[in-house]
Design a protein. Structure first.
Length: 213
């Protein structure tokens, strides 16, 4: 992922925030034809210091379920268009439009597994996490034959992260007055995605040690 120095971030709290926002990732591996293959899927995220692990599962029929070894994960964050007309210094600096966003690219090692108990744990933990988010209480019951038998249709994986590339392109290469103006304009738009981007920009602007021009 091309990341100019102005937008590179090393504080892993922002990776935590990306996964808390949306843990629906893109998993990239290399296919038999040498071209990239990808799967979009939810994962369970865990970080202890610098150690990061993702867990999830594929449908057994997915060709990617046969992969192990080097892989990448793409994590999406909020994003949106920024009009050059919003900048107070637009004329003096001949500003142009841009697109603001937050994202991460993770590189690491992919390990597949078919152990029934480990598969049951992934399905149960995923169900518990997302059922709570929607206010429901469905549970995977490993002791039920009709639940456990469905594990035959999936393959589990662990992705152990070696490197993290965080890109926070949130107008921090502009003067604070421009950043504040963009936030205000995004908040005026009748679009929840723009409001979310404005919130992230405000959080980033107010965060300690954030570099500002």
């Amino acid at each position: 992922m091309f990341t100019p120095r102005a937008f590179a971030e090393t504080d892993l709290q922002w990776l935590d925030a990306l996964f808390a926002r949306d843990a629906f990732i893109t998993l990239l591996t290399t296919g038999d034809d040498g071209l990239p293959e990808l799967t979009r899927l939810p994962v369970l995220y865990r970080r202890q210091g610098q150690a990061i692990e993702l867990r999830g599962h594929w449908a057994r029929a997915n060709p990617q379920s046969r992969r192990e070894g080097p892989a990448k994960v793409l994590v999406d964050g909020p994003h949106g268009y920024v009009s050059a007309s919003w900048y107070p210094d637009k004329e003096a600096m001949a500003r142009v439009p841009t697109w603001n966003y937050a994202a991460a690219e993770l590189s690491g090692q992919l390990h597949r597994f078919e152990d029934t108990d480990a598969l049951a744990a992934v399905v149960a933990d995923t169900g518990d996490l997302y059922e709570a988010k929607v206010g429901r209480d469905w549970q995977f019951e490993a002791q039920r034959d009709d639940h456990r038998s469905q594990l035959r249709g999936i393959i589990g994986f662990r992705f152990l992260v070696d490197t993290v590339q965080l890109k926070m392109k949130l107008s921090q290469n502009h003067p604070v007055a421009n950043q504040q103006a963009v936030i205000a304009e995004l908040e005026r738009l009748p679009c929840p995605a723009s409001h979310e981007l404005a919130q992230w920009m405000r959080r980033f602007l107010d965060a300690p040690d954030t570099a500002r021009d």
